[in-house]
Write a protein that binds this ligand. Structure first.
Ligand code: ADP
Ligand code: ADP
Length: 229
């Protein structure tokens, strides 16, 4: 399968702290990689670097075989290939659910309001929330907010989805509904990198598991091999 992301020997420093230490990985089309490791091991920094939110001092990142660098004229287009879902949902509180989903489509993709709304409704339905379109985010549960955040990302037609602890801020009873949406995405062939502490989910959904410790990859394996030793 096509290589979607290549991380080539990156290191990231925060002052004297080496948050990522010579990390390399490749992600192929349709693959699901789960990043696990102790708190502070660099999982979030790695996924943020892949999305361009952090700039590694050393090494290179390629998105679909092209260098991913703010100085590259293709950078914005490469970035658009990736959807990012945060631990905290980052919804606009003073916009309805529908408006949260149409805003970037209209402003960034220049879709008409009608088209943007149709696409928004399609993805809201997909995450089981089409009946919440006219609600404000504060009327939703945490699990519903996160499903809205995922739907919002999908409206931008990403080829790769990055998830940074998407269920860590949720009450336990809401974790499953979000994981189910992610599992469905995987079945549909979405390429994904997921930072999570949900080991049962990792075991069933991941094609590969990468274990980070002190900024380094200390193990990389199939989910099967990873959890069976
Ligand atoms: P994880 O996601 O595995 O919990 P992080 O990637 O968030 O780990 O953090 C890795 C290390 O880098 C931690 O020691 C963290 O405190 C540090 N770190 C992360 N972001 C920053 C930052 N913006 N400034 C300073 N240190 C940071
Ligand atoms: P998340 O877990 O959702 O990635 P964090 O709470 O780890 O969020 O980090 C939120 C922000 O704070 C990020 O921009 C991260 O880079 C920054 N950050 C994390 N750890 C540190 C730290 N030790 N010092 C300074 N900034 C940090």
């Amino acid at each position: 399968a096509k290589t979607m992301i290549k991380v080539d020997h990156i290191s990231k420093y925060f002052g004297p702290l080496k948050a990522l230490n010579d990390v390399s990985l490749e992600l192929h089309k349709g693959e699901i990689v789960v990043l696990i490791g102790p708190s502070g091991s660099g999982k979030s920094t790695l996924i943020r670097a892949i999305n361009g939110l952090e700039k590694p001092e050393e090494g290179k990142i390629y998105i679909e075989d092209q260098l991913y660098d703010p100085k590259n004229k293709k950078y914005a287009a490469q970035r658009m290939k990736m959807g990012f879902v945060f631990q905290h949902f980052n919804l606009f509180p003073n916009k309805t659910v529908l408006e949260n989903l149409t805003l970037a489509q209209i402003r960034v993709l220049k879709r008409s309001e009608v088209t943007a709304s149709e696409i928004a409704m399609k993805y809201l339905k997909r995450v089981g929330l089409d009946d919440k379109a006219s609600q404000y985010p504060n009327k939703l549960s945490g699990g519903q907010k996160q499903r809205v955040a995922i739907a919002r990302s999908l409206c931008m037609n990403p080829e790769i989805m990055l998830f940074d602890e998407p269920t860590s801020a949720l009450d336990p009873e809401m974790v499953e509904e979000v994981l189910e949406v992610m599992q469905d995405l995987g079945k549909e062939g979405m390429t994904m990198i997921i930072v999570t502490h949900e080991m049962g989910f990792a075991r069933t959904v991941a094609d590969r598991v990468i274990f980070l410790e002190n900024g380094s990859i200390v193990e990389e394996n199939t989910a099967e091999a990873f959890f069976d030793h």
